[in-house]
Design a protein around this ligand. Structure first.
Ligand SMILES: *Cc1c(COP(=O)(O)O)cnc(C)c1O
Length: 466
């Protein structure tokens, strides 16, 4: 008897079909067409081995069903779409800004076919990757020159490493920011090869503090937008304009890390004030850095605008190659920047701004319409109520400003934990992410642009055996 015959005899004794028999069955063929043979073989083996270790028999059909479930789970995308009902519009953990349709189309086109990424059509020779963006960035910021890299953290590393390697960078103690554990300014500076020279105190820093710290070792002065916190009370910070005058007088470049980087005045859209890139340039910063996927509403990117001579030095740094943008994001970013050419239609076409601008009354109407379905979906488990709530811009922008919004608050029934409700919503085919607040699960509907899709998902919960 051959080895495999012996094996299959053993399996039969255990009440299990042999692997070969399972794979030769009709059901297996269907799975193989869908997932390919190696994965099906693996899943069938796993299903059999599990039954074996449990000491139970199984039919071919049962093994196939189990293998099918395993295959489906393993082939489900890891990066999945979700409903962001957290109330934070630019949620870093949920991918920050949703892109405009034109940006999505441009990115898809760049992925499908060769493009002029680094090709100059007029001259028929090598061109510049940044040329696709520089024109628009200059126009929108009023700066002389522009450069784009992987993200704002990368933009800072590039600037610090180019302009202050082995020298000091002066920063106010009130601006030594942390933006989530992976971005802490002192650590970024150390890795960029510059020595941090702290000046002032946590709550107050004066122009004289900067002036006294400037010496032969000074490479740069960095002003960081304290984007995710506010220091209130007895405070003093030096406005960029006054700092610029000092820097100019002493011949030290000033970098302003704006973080969110609004390209337009948000107040014109009825939103809280946020410093614009153009204002920072006009105030005299030599370089301004900001993110592409925060208030700008584009793909992840780090943008630098400012003096042409400084940016030319940055472009020569070998790190720039390590931090460069790919064609997909360049295409999406170019399309996004073009939307800014017409501020009139911006709030319609740019999803990030559209969501931020949504009137709370419109959101309230949507919440009201959704209430009966949510009540049915959670019958016996929770009672929903229509509430007024407050959305946040997110990504550190305007941390102390809130946008009036509306939503549904689910109050769990006696004996049910609010975390269980949150988990049920996360387990839906398109997970729904809310936020837990004072024992209730709050679903802020500001970012719900497709209520029909949410209805369909929630309908799946209705009438389910509990
Ligand atoms: C968000 C932020 C950063 C980091 O930007 P990324 O694009 O996420 O790398 C740096 N500085 C400030 C002030 C920020 O708000």
């Amino acid at each position: 008897m051959s080895q495999s015959e012996k094996e299959s005899q053993k399996e039969r004794l255990r009440g299990l079909p042999a692997v070969d028999r399972v794979l030769r069955s009709e059901g297996a063929e269907a799975l193989t067409r869908r997932y390919g043979r190696p994965l099906v073989l693996e899943a069938v083996r796993e299903a059999l081995s599990e039954r074996r270790s449990r000491g139970t028999g199984a039919s071919i059909e049962a093994i196939l069903a189990e293998a099918g479930t395993r295959l489906e789970a393993s082939m489900r995308p890891s990066l999945r779409p979700v409903f962001n009902l957290t109330g934070t519009v630019l949620h870093t953990n949920l991918g920050r800004a949703p892109l405009a349709e034109v940006a999505v189309e441009a990115a898809a086109a760049a992925m499908r076919a060769p493009s002029t990424l680094e090709y100059d059509l007029d001259g028929g020779r090598r061109g510049e990757r940044d040329a696709h963006l520089a024109g628009w960035l200059k126009r929108l910021s009023g700066a002389e020159a522009a450069l784009a890299v992987n993200n704002n953290a990368g933009a800072l590393v590039l600037a610090l490493n180019t302009l202050a390697l082995g020298r000091e960078t002066i920063v106010s103690r009130g601006e030594l920011i942390e933006i989530g554990g992976s971005f802490r300014l002192p650590e970024i500076m150390a890795r960029s090869g510059t020595r941090l020279r702290e000046v002032g105190t946590t709550n107050r820093t004066h122009l004289a503090d900067y002036a006294e710290a400037i010496g032969p070792e000074t490479g740069l002065i960095l002003k960081a937008h304290t984007s995710n916190y506010a220091i209130e009370g007895f405070t003093a910070a030096v406005a960029a304009k006054r700092l610029c005058a000092l820097c100019r007088e002493r011949g030290i470049p000033l970098i302003e890390d704006l973080g969110s980087g609004a390209l337009v005045d948000l107040e014109a859209f009825g939103l809280p004030h946020e410093p614009t890139v153009a204002a920072a340039v006009a105030a005299g910063a030599d370089l301004v850095t900001f993110s592409g996927d925060k208030l700008l509403g584009g793909p992840q990117a780090g943008l630098l605008v400012g003096r042409a001579d400084l940016l030319a030095r940055l472009a020569q740094n070998p790190l720039r190659r390590a931090l460069r943008l790919d064609k997909i994001r360049i295409a999406a970013l170019e399309a996004t920047l073009k939307l800014y050419a017409d501020p009139q239609s911006l709030a319609q076409k740019l999803p990030a701004l559209r969501l931020l601008c949504r009137p709370s009354e419109e959101i309230r109407q949507e919440a009201k319409a959704l209430l009966p379905l949510v009540a049915e979906a959670f019958a016996g488990k929770a009672t929903p109520a229509l509430i007024a709530c407050k959305s946040q811009i997110g990504s550190g922008a305007l941390p102390v400003s809130f946008l009036p919004s509306a939503g549904l608050a689910l109050k769990p029934a006696r004996g049910i934990a609010v975390e269980v409700l949150a988990r049920d919503l996360r387990a839906l085919p398109i997970p729904v992410i809310g936020r837990i607040e004072r024992g209730r699960l709050v679903l802020d509907l500001r970012c719900l642009e497709d209520p029909a899709a949410l209805r369909e998902i929630l309908a799946g919960l209705c009438g389910k055996a509990r």
